[in-house]
Write a protein that binds this ligand. Structure first.
Ligand code: SF4
Length: 83
């Protein structure tokens, strides 16, 4: 399983620093930070600790199990960012 970032993300990058496994990208200092519309979680790196979802001020991050149906496509979108 993995946590998933959705389009409620406002790119404050708070979650990036909180991630235990550096699974969230891009970081604020990465060149891609200015071009993406949100940050993404690498499902192969995520260990489901939930730190990011807890700290996100927008409530933009969900566990895969709790992802609202209308946001389901963000699971693939997060994964695709790292392919
Ligand atoms: S659940 Fe934990 S490991 Fe997974 S992206 Fe969030 S902070 Fe990183």
């Amino acid at each position: 399983m993995s946590y998933v970032v959705t389009d409620a993300c406002t790119k404050d990058f708070v979650c990036v620093a909180e991630c235990a496994t550096a699974a969230i990208a891009p970081a604020a200092t990465d060149a891609a930070a200015g071009t993406v519309s949100q940050v993404y979680i690498n499902p192969d790196e995520c260990i489901d600790c939930g730190n990011c979802a807890t700290i996100c001020p927008q409530g933009a991050i969900f566990s895969l199990d709790d992802l609202p149906a209308e946001k389901a496509h963000f699971a693939e979108k997060n994964k695709a960012y790292f392919n």
